[in-house]
Design a protein around this ligand. Sequence first.
Ligand code: NAD
Ligand code: MG
Length: 407
Amino acid sequence: MTVRQPPASQRRRIAILGATGSIGSNALAVIALHPERFEVVALSAQRNIHKLLLFCQQFRPRRVVVTEPAAALALIAQLSASGLASIEVRVGADALDSIASAADVDLVIAAIVGAAGLSSTLAAAGAGKTLLLANKESVVMAGPLLFAALAASGGQLIPLDSEHNAIFQCLPRDYRRNPAAHGIRRVLLTASGGPFLGFSREALRLVTPEQAVRHPRWTMGRKISVDSATLMNKGLEVIEAHWLFGLAADQIDVLVHPQSLVHSLVEYVDGSLLAQLGPADMRTPIAQALAWPERIDSGVARLDLLSAGSLCFEPPDLHAFPCLALAQAALRQGPMAAVVLNAANEVAVDAFLTGQLSFLGIAEVIEASLAAVIQTNVFTLPTVLATDSEARRVASALIQQLEKRHG
Ligand code: NAD
Ligand code: MG
């Protein structure tokens, strides 16, 4: 049987920001299964031009952005040598906004890690795109600005984060960030517990970056892997759920579920709990979001519940993993506290990965930064960016002090 290729105009035109990362590459793996539905128009990477070149050969985008200038020059030469000189290469962080908001793009996958993804996420939202959002840090930093931009432009957000995508799937289709209107009591975010589940604080004193990035269930980028190990990932996700679904802090609970098969649940006032289950593979939420409201093959092996074993649930250990409690407290404090939390976490995780800070030091630095950075009540992009920079400066100084004390 031959599959008829529909005219190019009927295919959804996609830009992937952070194409070379774990989410970006998984998205391209799903897209490759459905050439009749999707056209890759733009890709971005920070510096991994080897992988970007392979994607250019496979998907033939119209344009790419490389944020590091030296890498961009090397890519231009390699594209030319591969007969792909017609692919336009744009350079620098500013160019990300241009591919996120381009007129010939319908759907933007925001898969850059950290605050580096904020500007392009806001650009896509402001341009009325369908935004498939993995870059949770941008929601944590600027949830109110992101939803204001979407409301003004008529854009739409579909979460890729597996927990939020699970919740999205368990909500009514016409859900509009108003839990009371739909009889929703609360959501339960599941957490795998990370590689150090069951460790005491004492045992956590000596854990290394190599151990921290070896996640038992998911293969992910280094930063989110450390966030999973500290439970800050779940903390960021609590704040993400607050903005995405309009839930109050006390309507977002966290359950440790080491099997990572139940990806989250929604509890309704009649006592119903709706859950989404599936293998621990990001291609499932990515395929769901790409095709919504239809369903498409993701390439993921089926989940066999008969061989899955028992499903266990337990409360998180906030004493051993204080980052989750810090994030919950920041959410209660107000949106600028989340900016400080996120910035201090990014700096602390980077210092941990480069051997300048201990694992337990991550939470210490975040807590001290939250106490030290003065937070204005005026919430605009300039005040967010100023608070982000100040929190990074304070966190770096704290890390230097800790290093001196320990070194
Ligand atoms: P990753 O480190 O594997 O990939 C990050 C991507 O962003 C790469 O393409 C990289 O080139 C690009 N990038 C990094 N720094 C950049 C910068 N300063 N400027 C421009 N581009 C830059 O990360 P990941 O695991 O794919 O995670 C991406 C985002 O998705 C994160 O916000 C993460 O929290 C979220 N997320 C990831 C997963 C997962 O399974 N990996 C699951 C849920 C949510
Ligand atoms: Mg998640």
